[in-house]
Design a protein around this ligand. Sequence first.
Ligand code: ADP
Ligand code: MG
Length: 297
Amino acid sequence: MSIEVQAVSKSYGTQLALKEISFSAKKGEIIGFLGPNGAGKSTMMKILTGYISPSKGTVFVSGINVLTNPIEAKATIGYLPEQNPLYQEMYVKEYLQFQAAIFKVSKETIATVIKTVGLTPEVHKKIGQLSKGYQQRVGIAAAILHNPDVLVLDEPTTGLDPNQLQEIRTLIKDLGKEKTILFSTHIMQEVEAVCDRVIIIKKGELLLDASMKDLKQSNEQIIEVTFDYKLEEQFIQKLPNLKTYKNNFDNTWYLSFDSLEDMRPVIFDFAQENGLKILELSSKNQRLETLFTELTA
Ligand code: ADP
Ligand code: MG
């Protein structure tokens, strides 16, 4: 196991921020750590990365006990804290060289990391001159300089505009091909787009720990599709496995299916066979959306 959290509790004075949290992550998994503000996400991440100690419980990262062997453990962890603390006056390259010196990382590695996170065009700028999206890349670059197996990212996409958000999500997915990633967010759709597994916490308690695959399989598929043509109900009913349908706007249909098969290609074929064009199509994981709302309400 890459991450093993065993019955971790944390209190700040009289306030219990985490209550007996246990979960684990397999090597290479991308886990979305989801919860409303104040749920305890950052607290859990600080414990996981050895920045604060739990009041109770144990944490292993890459098989190393973070409490008893913090230095060895930190060598296998990359951490992007919530308020990505960067030196605004430093140049990107200068900052990464400074961080690299701490881990005794070679110049070649710095160059590779700059490429990996897509910082090349901005590398000669001061950090303070960068957009928030590029600043996050600098933070992620600093976190992966020492090539850790486990990456802990605390709300890496908060405060980004939609384009930057998409780019950082893609970067997380790419990094996840080689690393185990735990990242926190309060955006449910983000988990759906990026993760293999989702963990939901609220008020310090673990509410859900499930693979996206299981969630999707036990799920009815909801698809929203817009055709270039107004269709009759009888026509839509020809779609296989259709459970419910609704047509709020003229050419847009909200369809739900009872099927394990991905219905999107089926709808494309259906459109083509009937001489229709699809102007827009999106699928929604109703279950996770509802779950999150219900669990955290
Ligand atoms: P999240 O990251 O999910 O928003 P946090 O882990 O930051 O949640 O906070 C969990 C709870 O612990 C909150 O109620 C917060 O006010 C409290 N808390 C966090 N850090 C401290 C601290 N250093 N001292 C006292 N309370 C804290
Ligand atoms: Mg937080």
